[in-house]
Design a protein around this ligand. Structure first.
Ligand SMILES: C[S@@+](CC[C@H](N)C(=O)[O-])C[C@H]1O[C@@H](n2cnc3c(N)ncnc32)[C@H](O)[C@@H]1O
Length: 215
């Protein structure tokens, strides 16, 4: 089968615990499959924030608990991360998280609809080897795609601990003219995620890009 998008992730099932595996049974209760479903869910909330590649979901869960009036959409392909999120939603009785459990580009491969007040991408897979750069999620096509789903002046936050990826993200953001640098922070982020911590532990700096939709 031909894939519509070059995979931006390493397909790893990883080690999935019994608890995560069991939690996956409840995934349908929290899933969205289309942008129309996201719009429908939004009727009960004031704002909407999309986190792409939520990993172990620590950041997403913390933000959702602190901001119950905001609907959070989490996107991830990594089964054990999705299982972890479902179990945290159930344990904490969280009402404001919905999950898109596939490549986010499949959700956004639709007519552009200004839906998100913020899109956050924390440490996208770095694909450090030159020959793999084409797999990086943040590229020209992707920026154009998400631009259509962010509200006017909505926020785009990206971080990476790979200098070479940071340079490429900066160049893309500056050359495409779709987003402008912003001082407005959409939901303060107080803790480092697992991958930000790993980057710092391994001696890498975390580069942050806080932008807003320009037009
Ligand atoms: C390096 S990890 C970072 C996880 C987390 N944000 C953190 O900072 O700890 C990147 C995550 O993005 C997910 N990912 C990569 N491409 C994706 C895509 N196209 N759609 C949804 N998730 C994706 C991967 O499965 C992986 O878990």
């Amino acid at each position: 089968m031909r894939l519509k998008f070059l995979p931006s992730f390493v397909k790893r099932r990883g080690r999935i615990t019994k608890k995560q595996e069991q939690s996956l049974k409840y995934l349908p209760d929290f899933s969205v499959h289309t942008i129309n479903e996201v719009q429908y869910e939004l009727k009960n909330f004031n704002e909407c924030c999309l986190e792409i590649g939520f990993g172990n979901a620590g950041h997403l869960v913390q933000q959702a608990i602190k901001n119950p009036e905001i609907l959070f959409i989490g996107s991830e392909v990594y089964k054990s991360g999705i299982g972890m999120l479902v179990s945290k939603i159930k344990e904490n009785d969280i009402k404001n998280i919905r999950i898109f459990s596939d490549d986010i580009r499949l959700l956004l491969d639709a007519d552009p609809t200004k839906t998100f007040d913020s899109v956050k991408i924390i440490c996208p897979d770095p694909w450090p080897k030159d020959r793999h750069h084409k797999r990086r999620l943040i590229n020209k096509d992707f920026l154009n795609m998400i631009h259509g789903f962010i509200k006017e002046s909505g926020n785009l936050y990206i971080s990476t601990d790979w200098e070479n990826y940071a340079e490429s993200i900066k160049n893309l953001l500056e050359s495409e003219g779709l987003f402008i640098k912003s001082e407005k922070i959409y939901l303060e982020k107080n803790n480092l995620t697992k991958f930000e911590q790993r980057g710092e532990f391994e001696g890498r700096r975390v580069f942050k890009f806080n932008y807003e939709r320009s037009s």
